[in-house]
Design a protein around this ligand. Structure first.
Ligand SMILES: Cc1cc2nc3c(=O)[nH]c(=O)nc-3n(C[C@H](O)[C@H](O)[C@H](O)COP(=O)(O)OP(=O)(O)OC[C@H]3O[C@@H](n4cnc5c(N)ncnc54)[C@H](O)[C@@H]3O)c2cc1C
Length: 423
């Protein structure tokens, strides 16, 4: 015999190493497959992630779970309220996603077994996964504003999930007499689309100015500051003298609503509305909570490089549902996060180390049909968070040609992102 005799200590070492290797799951690639990824939520984040996973590694078995066969996009839905756009322009199907060899399961996900790594759907199917990506967007907190229930939203629409609610708010504005008062209730941070309430206010003010000039618009706000504030306020001063913004410190925070009396109640008084648009507090879509990925805030803490949940291993959370540090809850951010997450998941399945990402967000707001403004920033992980690495807003006091050009860029942005995600 030429080989060294194995002594007891060597044997135990080898046996222990073998045992721990056997207990560790092998990377999917070592098993000769790409692995199984289930993505829940076919909006901006989830659909992007599913398609990019397939593009990065076609061997990955990707299933996209979505509750509705038609997606209705929120960006640009404020134009519908002002009568400048139709709902059909916001709606997209999933044919092209299926053509990319993503398996579609069109039913709501109702439960997640994080230990057993499976997702249950309302149709009874059980989907096993190696990695799960949750992208359910937001749910409205029906317990977040006393008096504001799902039934109340039929009288005082939120229109914060595009669709029937958007059309309801438009019909109410159309039915209002000239000389009426419209009230928008804006929530405290964090919420979906930080500039959204102010874009909406601008476009409703444009509608009133052009169709019902004796009417007034009041924004009751639970904040003292908001996104692109200087630009919005300069535009309002120039274009919309009948628009008033009431900040938190001036008594703008609405504490309850009285739907029967069409009244918004603050510490400083009661505001009667002819049309009330109440945007209530929000939280991550319910499935995130059911998966154990949401914390006490209602949102989902994540690793800033991989978007893996800080609460549940092998589950990633992207888009509005995640706590993405300095990144706003926007469709652009959701799309950027989805690409980073897809790359990280593919690397992790292959047993590799994800790269440190850079993310971008640009948010356009339409203040009038020929008046656009924007904010653009770059983000990256630092100190366990996603930090803002630089950027800024549109130039102040820019000429009208610049504002008109930004309105055109905004249109281009919507076409590009929806073509990338659903086309
Ligand atoms: C009025 C308004 C204007 C906006 N304007 C802009 C803008 O100009 N630019 C911009 O970048 N962003 C804008 N946004 C924000 C943007 O709409 C969101 O940030 C974006 O939709 C977030 O993407 P998401 O994928 O996280 O969620 P969503 O796009 O909402 O997608 C979530 C999907 O998950 C599905 N889902 C949820 N739960 C389940 C479940 N249990 N099972 C199966 N499916 C499920 C839902 O049906 C939905 O399709 C605006 C928002 C509003 C309200």
């Amino acid at each position: 015999m030429t080989g060294r005799r194995t002594n007891r200590r060597d044997f135990l070492k080898t046996a222990a190493a073998g045992a721990s290797a056997a207990m560790l799951p092998l990377p999917a690639i070592a098993q000769g497959t790409g692995g199984r990824v289930v993505v829940v939520g076919g909006g901006f984040a989830g659909t992007t992630c599913a398609r990019f996973l397939k593009r990065i590694d076609p061997r990955i078995n990707v299933t996209l779970v979505e509750a509705s066969p038609t997606f209705t996009a929120c960006p640009f839905s404020n134009l519908i309220i002002a009568g400048l756009r139709e709902l059909a322009a916001q709606q997209f199907g999933y044919d092209k996603v299926a053509a990319d060899h993503v398996t579609l399961d069109m039913a709501p996900a109702t439960a997640v077994n994080a230990q057993g790594r499976s997702v249950t759907l309302s149709n009874g199917s059980q989907l096993a996964y190696d990695r799960l990506v949750l992208a359910p967007g937001v749910d409205l907190r029906w317990d977040g504003l006393p008096g504001y229930t799902e039934a109340a939203a039929e009288r005082m629409p939120h229109a914060w999930k595009a669709g029937e609610q958007t059309l309801l708010l438009r019909r109410q504005l159309e039915a209002m007499e000239d000389g009426g008062t419209v009230v928008i209730v804006a929530p405290a941070n964090p919420f979906r689309c930080p500039p959204g309430p102010y874009e909406r206010a601008s476009l409703i003010a444009w509608y009133l100015k052009t169709k019902k000039p004796k009417s007034k618009l009041l924004i009751l706000d639970a904040k003292d500051a908001f996104s692109k504030q200087g630009l919005f306020q300069a535009a309002w001063k120039e274009l919309y003298p009948n628009l008033e913004w009431v900040s938190l410190s001036k008594g703008g925070k609405v504490n309850s609503v009285d739907v029967g009396a069409m009244t918004l109640v603050t510490d400083f008084g009661r505001h009667k509305a002819d049309v009330a648009n109440v945007i209530p507090p929000q939280k991550a879509g319910r499935i995130a909570e059911l998966a154990g990925a949401a914390d006490r805030t209602g949102w989902c803490p994540i690793d800033p490089a991989t978007f893996e949940s800080k609460l549940q291993p092998n589950i990633h959370v992207i888009g509005d549902a995640s706590i993405a540090g300095a990144m706003p809850k926007s469709a652009f951010a959701a799309n950027a996060q989805a690409k980073v997450c897809a790359a990280a998941v593919a690397k992790l399945l292959a047993g590799g180390k994800p790269d440190e990402p850079r993310l971008i967000n640009t948010c356009y707001s339409i203040v009038a049909p020929d008046y656009g403004i924007s904010v653009a920033n770059v983000y990256g992980p630092a100190d366990g968070q996603i930090k803002d690495l630089g950027g800024g807003v549109s130039e102040a006091n820019a000429p009208s040609t610049t504002r008109a050009a930004e309105a055109i860029f905004a249109n281009g942005w919507f076409k590009t992102i929806t073509a990338e995600v659903f086309g």
